[in-house]
Design a protein around this ligand. Structure first.
Ligand code: NAP
Length: 402
């Protein structure tokens, strides 16, 4: 796997990058020219940049014994650069939409285990719960303030603690949600604030302008958008540079490769955070047609890709991943995550889990070496199998792609 490439980045931190006004590609070039590459894998071409030995920056003082898991990647460039662990942790399923979950004490402990292993990127949103996922993140990560980052998301309207199903990204609402998220997360500044879904009633320029003001006021450090089009990304980035786009991306859903989103990220130096990188657990191989989803707390039962028929048909894809992993000592989750990590050095997946064993397994993905030809072969084999069922139902589909 290409992510064995290391760059000694002790002096070229995100801040250093900003100071010199150097964009990411400039940084890569300089790092190579300066001989900063310590160990270079065979295929360093498109991998090199943002993966950095992080030992003495974000993780210092946390007792990180998993040195290799602390490899870092850079989302965004220039003033928008944001250095994070190569794999993040999605917190949503600890309270919301992934069926029954362990109690808060267990989840706090698991989040601490992730910090211990070098994870510095934790993802939540106001709508998860709603609200209780941010509260969990705030409580669990308080002891690591300034050392790890919590990203959160605004956009879905919440009234009296309940999601209405409408979007509200009016400037005054963004400001209100920002203040409330700051309180729940127990931080002075939100590391990365995403617009969760586009609001057709508010121009992208107004949203970007509001975020720019919040950045000036020190309440937000970076920003991003979820599930938007290449055109929207361009408009938003022109007003206030984006750090990351967060959209669904995995071996069963590769839309961002075809709709221009990854291309525009590459061109503008914006990072990409694939959400649901295991296709909501499906690529982990533990879901079959008998799996029962909690009717009160699991959106998978509403998704066409999770009907019994779709699960049965799509299991062929999981079988391919398992087969690929068998001779390499990898699980299907590790194959799914490794494929994403290999795509670009500015891609940072955020798998979610409620189990220490899965956390460990997912993070250890970066230990495997798989070359480009092998990944390409896997990709081709998977692409030959038609995916059964749409990823979203009609209502959810209406909210994406603006
Ligand atoms: N921006 C957006 O619109 C958006 C939408 C959805 C999600 N997200 C973000 O993305 C994060 C992850 O998404 P997700 O939870 O939908 O999907 P995911 O990460 O693809 O899958 C999570 C599911 O996979 C299971 N799992 C994790 N590791 C596993 C392993 N090694 N083997 C087998 N099963 C495994 C988990 O169950 P266990 O608990 O049993 O491990 C969990 O149910 C969320 O937490 C959230 O932060 C963002």
């Amino acid at each position: 796997m290409k992510n064995r490439t290391y760059i000694n980045n002790s002096s070229d931190t995100a801040n250093g990058d900003k100071k010199h006004g150097m964009d990411r590609r400039g940084f890569i070039k300089t790092a190579i020219t300066a001989g900063a590459v310590l160990t270079v894998g065979p295929a360093m071409n498109n991998m090199i940049a943002a993966e950095t030995a992080a030992s003495n920056t974000v993780n210092s003082g946390i007792g990180n014994k998993y040195e290799r898991l602390a490899l870092k990647r850079r989302l965004g460039s220039g003033m928008a650069a944001f250095d994070v662990s190569a794999i993040g942790l999605g917190l949503m399923g600890m309270t919301y939409n992934r069926s029954e979950h362990p109690d808060k004490k267990h989840c706090v402990r698991l989040i601490h285990e992730a910090v211990e292993r070098g994870v510095t990127l934790f993802d939540t949103a106001i709508v998860y719960g709603p609200l209780n996922n941010e509260l969990l993140a705030g409580e669990a990560l308080k002891p690591f303030k300034g050392k790890v980052n919590v990203t959160t998301k605004f956009g879905h309207e919440i009234i009296n603690g309940k999601a209405t199903g409408r979007q509200d990204s009016r400037p005054a609402t963004i400001r209100k949600y920002c203040e409330e998220s700051l309180r729940r997360l127990q931080v002075d500044c939100i590391s990365l604030f995403y617009q969760h879904r586009f609001d057709p009633n508010v121009s992208v320029e107004d949203v970007a302008g509001t975020i720019q003001d919040l950045i000036k006021e020190g309440k937000v450090l970076h920003w991003g958008m979820c599930e938007v089009s290449a055109d929207t990304i361009r408009k938003a980035n022109a007003v206030c540079p984006l750090t990351a786009i967060q959209s669904e991306y995995h071996l069963m859903h590769r839309l961002v490769e075809y709709n221009g989103v990854l291309n525009v990220c590459r061109e503008l130096g914006i990072g990409f955070v694939p959400y649901s990188p295991l296709n909501r657990g499906f690529l982990g191989g533990c879901i079959n047609e008998y799996t029962q989803f909690d009717i009160n707390n699991d959106n998978r039962q509403t998704l066409p890709r999770f009907t019994h028929e779709a699960i049965r048909a799509n299991t062929r894809i999981v079988n391919v991943l398992q087969h690929f992993g068998r001779t390499r000592g990898m699980t299907s989750s590790q194959v799914a995550l490794g494929w994403l990590l290999n795509k670009e050095p500015w891609i940072v997946p955020i798998p979610g889990t409620t189990k220490l064993s899965h956390l460990e397994e997912n993070l250890r993905t970066i230990e495997f070496e798989v070359n480009d030809a092998e990944w390409n072969k896997l990709e081709e084999t998977v692409a030959e199998i038609p995916v059964t069922g749409e990823r979203y139902n009609a209502e959810q589909q209406r909210q994406v792609g603006f």
